[in-house]
Structure formats: C-alpha cells, structure tokens
Design a protein around this ligand. Structure first.
Ligand SMILES: NC(=O)c1ccc[n+]([C@@H]2O[C@H](COP(=O)([O-])OP(=O)(O)OC[C@H]3O[C@@H](n4cnc5c(N)ncnc54)[C@H](O)[C@@H]3O)[C@@H](O)[C@H]2O)c1
Length: 437
C-alpha cells in the first residue's frame, strides 16, 4: 500500500510519475483536488493505494476501455465509466475512455468527442488489435456479439458484452469457450440486477423471509411496433430484423426477466411458450423491399423452476400504453415481493408474519444507506435512476477484477439465460413443453 501526499507526488522523479503526465498536465493543480484523487499512474509501485483523506490522493490502475458502438447502450455504459470512480473512490481500477468504434467516421468521431474518448476507430478489428485497450465493451446489435467477443478474447482483452449474450446457445457456447480459454475477465450487461430494490429483493429471498417460493411472475411490456409502417432492419430498427436481433421480445426483453428470475429464484427446468408475429411483413430499411418478419412480436410462457415453483412470463411490443413496464412478483409461503421498473426505487413487500390488524402490502422506499448501493448516493429519501444500475455494474466488475473473481453474470452464467430463451422459442414453434438444456 502506498499513500502519497500531494507534495510527495510533486517531488517524484519524472520516471516514477511516468504514465501520469497526460493527466497531470490537465488536472494536476491543488485547485482540482477531486481529479488528483483518481490520478492515473503507470508505476506498479504506486498501485493499490488505499482511499485517501483530504491530505492524500488515491493512486489507481487505469483500465482502458474500447467501446464498440455509439448508440443507446454505448451512452449508458460511458456514463457509468465516467461516474464510477467518483462514487466508488476506493476501487483500485479506474476506467479510461481510450477509444470508441463505429462504422460511420463522422458519427463515431462526434460521439468520441462529446463523451470524452481519446480516439476513435471505424473497424472493431483495429480497435481490438490496439495495445492500449484493456477491455472491449460490445454495444452493437446481437448478431455481432459473437465475432467481436471471440476476437477480443483471442487478443487477450477483457470483455463486457451487452445482452443477450448471443443469437443462439451454440454461439454462446463458443463465446464461453473463447473467454475461458483466454482466461480473460468477462461480463454480460444484465443491469437490472443492480437496481437497489432488485438487489434488496435478492437479499430478502436469500435471508429466507419468503420461505418456500411458489410463484414467479414477470412482464416486460412495450408498445412501439404496433404500426405496420415501422420498418425492419437498419440502424434504427435492427431489433425487428431477425438477422440482426436473433429473436424479438424473447431475446430483447424476456432475457432481462429470465436473468432476474434465475438470479432470484434459481434454474428453470422446462417451458411451454406461445409466440406471435402480429405484423407478418415489413419494409426492410436496408434492402428497400417488403420482407417477411422473422421475430416474435409477443411471447408468453409457463415454466417449472428447480425449486418447485411455477413461473409465468409475458412480453410484447403491442401493449398499447406501456413503454417499458418491467414488473415481477414472487409469492412465498411467508411473504411476497413485487417490483416495477416504472417506480424503480420502491419494493413492495407483504409479510404474513405481521400483526393481523396492520397486515398489508407495504412500500419500501429503497433509499436508506444500509440498502444495496445506496450509501454511494444521496441522503435517505432521495431517489436514483435507471442509469445508476450501470454504474453499479461497472463498480462490481472493477471490484471483482481487483479481487480476482468473476463478475456475475459472466458469459457462462448468461448462457443459461440464452438456453431458456432458446427453449422458449422452440416451444413457441412446436407448441410443446421443452426442457431447458
Ligand atoms: N442492458 C440493457 O438494458 C440494454 C438496453 C438496450 C440495448 N441493449 C443491448 O445493447 C446492444 C446495442 O443496443 P443499442 O440499444 O445500444 O443499439 P443502438 O442501435 O442504439 O446502437 C447500436 C450501435 O451499433 C453500431 N454498429 C452496428 N454495426 C456495427 C459494426 N459492424 N461495427 C461497429 N459498430 C456497429 C451502430 O452504429 C450503433 O452505434 C444490443 O445487443 C441490445 O440488445 C441492452
């Protein structure tokens, strides 16, 4: 452990300060003490410094990020990389926005400049080949995950991959083998686990408060593809093109519900599903032709969990009035839990053990310091939002990296979600119960 006083740092030889010059030139002034606390140093001797008081600053290990994509998730993740060190200052690793990658040079350059990436690339292969990239973040349509992840693993890069892991279980298996053979840290962005109310639900279940679980119910409802005029394919509507997305609501939305369910309630044994494609043909934005639609617009399924409970899941993009209504409810022998993404700071809880004259559903406002992640943010009563789940996920990834343990869900764990999705899609086609392999 090394603790450096600010004055001591200033007296370091240039060689000892190697790697910090770029930051030093920009940030090193006593007026900018916050920047000093996360100053980037390249000298191994100075790593692993503990959190500093006002007199000291923390020395951190840089973790250079190569971001593939510059859309919705690239922004959500970049926001998390930028904020994590300020709110989790004890972490040894500090993300550095090294390079962003996209096919359209003007767009990716503008993204890199706006969000603070030091450089940009137009070919993800070039990005992966760069020595100054430690971790590759995959924020592109699903059909690209496998190729990029395997190439990144072979290049020895850590990988943070968006969900769903892959288009199919077979692809996902190849990805798992690649990261396992390379021994690189890997993680899939099932970020809803890191919403404090959802993490609290996990703690309540694991503490045994609910007792035996009987039911797990989840919905993810949207309404944005009802019009037949919405095209499929292309930059804005790749989610409607099975060649780019793999599946519709099953991989896009139900995968979140399934990841949460597996985490909270254990493995799923078998499923019986129905899927529907309401609009059978759509104009393809890239070919300019009207083509058959290959994705599921809606999906509902029943399942058995290993713990004996029954599951009921529904997702659609045709529920008029709903934009992103992700809800789940768990009914146990002693208590029940209910959560709703639209009111994400609250967890509803019913405890049959309460005195019967005041027994009823209570709403827990998950903002107290002893609740998961909440001591990092504001004072009790003040809320956080969707974006914080990504900050928490980065923080957990960095902490796990420091401690040498896999960050969950890793590729192998996310493959289990993929297996349930595939069983659901197969069952939707065959109209039979399908075992989850
Ligand atoms: N965790 C979540 O809650 C969540 C939410 C939304 C999306 N996602 C997932 O994130 C991924 C990206 O989704 P999005 O919403 O950010 O999509 P988006 O359409 O907003 O962005 C996709 C990006 O990929 C880029 N791209 C496409 N092909 C490329 C290529 N060959 N090389 C480099 N860049 C390329 C596009 O230019 C764009 O910048 C998907 O896998 C999606 O399922 C996860």
């Amino acid at each position: 452990m090394v603790r450096l006083k600010v004055e001591e740092f200033l007296t370091q030889s240039p060689q000892r300060r190697r790697g910090s010059e770029d930051v030093a030139q920009k940030d090193f002034s006593l007026r900018n003490f916050a920047a000093l606390r996360t100053l980037r140093l390249g000298n191994d001797e100075l790593l692993n410094a503990p959190i500093m008081n006002e007199e000291y600053f923390q020395v951190t290990k840089p973790l250079s990020i190569g971001m593939v994509g510059h859309g919705f998730m690239a922004r959500a993740h970049t926001n998390a990389y930028k904020r994590v060190s300020d709110f989790f200052p004890e972490l040894a690793y500090r993300p550095v926005l090294q390079a962003a990658c996209g096919r359209d040079e003007a767009k990716v350059k503008a993204f890199a400049e706006q969000w603070g990436y030091a450089s940009h690339e137009t070919d993800w292969r070039k990005l992966i080949s760069r020595d100054d990239i430690d971790a590759v973040d995959i924020c592109v349509p699903n059909n690209l995950h496998k190729e990029i992840a395997i190439a990144a693993a072979k290049a020895g890069k850590m990988i943070l991959c968006e969900k769903p892991l892959s288009m199919t279980v077979a692809e996902g298996e190849e990805m798992c083998k690649a990261v396992e053979a390379a021994g690189v840290a890997n993680m899939v962005w099932y970020n809803y686990r890191r919403i404090p109310a959802v993490t609290l639900a996990k703690q309540l279940i694991d503490s045994g408060r609910l007792g035996r679980i009987y039911h797990f119910r989840a919905n993810f409802l949207q309404d944005w593809t009802i019009s037949g005029d919405v095209p499929q394919g292309g930059a804005a509507t790749w989610r409607l093109d099975s060649a780019a997305a793999g599946s519709g609501v099953t991989g896009d939305l139900l995968s979140h519900c399934i990841d949460t369910a597996l985490w909270l309630n254990g493995q799923i044994k078998d499923v019986s599903a129905m899927t529907e494609t309401f609009v059978k043909e759509r104009l393809h934005a890239e070919t300019g032709e009207v083509q058959p639609v290959g994705i599921d617009d809606a999906c509902a399924f029943l399942c058995h969990f290993d713990n004996g409970s029954l599951g009921l899941f529904e997702s659609t993009r045709y529920a008029r009035g709903h934009k992103a209504l992700f809800t789940f409810e768990i009914n146990g022998e002693n208590a029940s839990i209910r959560w709703d993404l639209h009111d994400l700071n609250r967890l509803e809880y019913f405890d049959h053990g309460d005195d019967s004259i005041v027994r009823g559903w209570r709403t827990v406002h998950v903002t107290e310091g002893e609740m998961p992640y909440m001591n990092r943010w504001w004072v009790p009563g003040l809320s956080i939002g969707y974006e914080h789940s990504f900050v928490h996920q980065v923080a957990d990834f960095l902490e796990d990296l420091e401690k040498g343990r896999p960050c969950q869900p890793d590729f192998r764990s996310a493959l289990q979600t993929q297996a349930v999705c595939e069983a659901v899609l197969n069952s939707g086609k065959s109209r039979e119960w399908v075992a989850v392999s």
